[in-house]
Design a binder for this molecule. Structure first.
Ligand SMILES: [Zn+2]
Length: 310
């Protein structure tokens, strides 16, 4: 048996049509399909009557209109945001203006680490730098609504401010882009960090919610098992990198070519950043060496005398 993740690429939502996907939860997908967004960003409506909206989505007027239409006759009391990528949070100001709801999130967009000298942010355009929550949530904070409660679960890695939310009444967790059924998550420094991402996976592996509702694609079934597959998959990627470096020093393009067989050409940039994310983690643990700070253009080799790393 391989450690491959059992992906589920099924999806039965139509753009901007609302559908009940779990007790107390309606979903509505924005019409922004793409290599990073799959069929589009899924926004969720939680509760009935006095409701919350999770991830209002991109700055797309048709999606915002569909979302507001879906809650016509109801009161939106809360807006929750999983993270500040442009496919998740830019609709917040308009939805807030239309509803008067308060906005809850971990915080504004921020980098997982300071920029290195001369480093540019390759996925800069993907971040919503204008986002500010009304209420900044910490890990474990519980927000009470009308007939529902949301528990904040910090899950940094995809972004530094990524937050998942558990909905105990329905025994599920909104996993944002941290865990998705259709694909692995992009972990791209400096916005994302592999060590954070792995710790966040381990954190979810200790939880019991059987179902996750992600930011893209179908629900994650048998979620704890799926999370374990995600952990094993990244451990496998790390092993592949170390295997390649065992043959001699290599740069990131060489490693991507060796590791990602049959990769969609549109995803080469993201795969390169994902390898960089692993290398940052490996350098920090003393397993791999490079000149200066780990960078996208760097040359990497196995460290001659690895530190006893945990
Ligand atoms: Zn997303």
């Amino acid at each position: 048996m391989s450690d491959d993740i059992p992906f589920d690429k099924s999806f039965d939502l139509e753009p901007d049509r609302v559908k009940e996907v779990a007790p107390q939860v309606r979903a509505i997908v924005a019409n922004n399909p793409g290599p990073f967004t799959f069929k589009g960003t899924v926004s969720y409506i939680i509760g009935r009557g006095n409701v919350a909206i999770l991830d209002p989505g991109p700055a797309d007027d048709a999606h915002i209109a569909a979302l507001l239409d879906a809650v016509r006759g109801e009161t939106v009391t809360h807006i929750f945001v999983t993270h500040t990528h442009r496919d998740h949070s830019p609709a917040v100001p308009k939805v807030k203006a239309a509803t008067g709801a308060k906005v809850y999130a971990q915080g504004p967009h921020r980098l997982a680490r300071p920029l290195h000298i001369g480093e540019t942010r390759r996925l800069d355009a993907s971040a919503d730098m204008d986002f500010r929550p009304d209420v900044a949530l910490a890990d474990g904070d519980v927000v009470e609504g009308d007939g529902w409660t949301m528990e904040a679960v910090t899950t940094p890695g995809h972004t530094a401010n990524h937050m998942a939310y558990a909905l105990p009444q329905s025994d599920l967790l909104f996993s944002g882009d941290h865990v998705m059924a259709w694909s692995t998550t992009i972990v791209a420094p400096p916005d994302g960090a592999m060590s954070d991402y792995m710790a966040s996976l381990q954190k979810l592996a200790r939880r019991n919610e059987p179902v996750y509702l992600p930011g893209h694609g179908a629900p994650v079934r048998e979620a704890p098992r799926f999370v374990r597959h995600c952990i094993e998959h990244r451990q496998g990627r790390e092993a592949s990198i170390l295997h390649r470096l065992g043959k001699g020093a290599a740069d990131i393009p060489t490693m991507v070519k060796a590791i990602y067989i049959g990769l969609d050409p549109r995803l080469v940039g993201a795969a390169s950043l994902s390898v960089l994310a692993h290398l940052e983690d490996l350098v920090a643990r003393g397993v791999v060496a490079t000149a200066g700070a780990p960078s996208i253009g760097g040359l990497y080799r196995l460290a001659e005398a690895p530190l006893a790393a945990g």
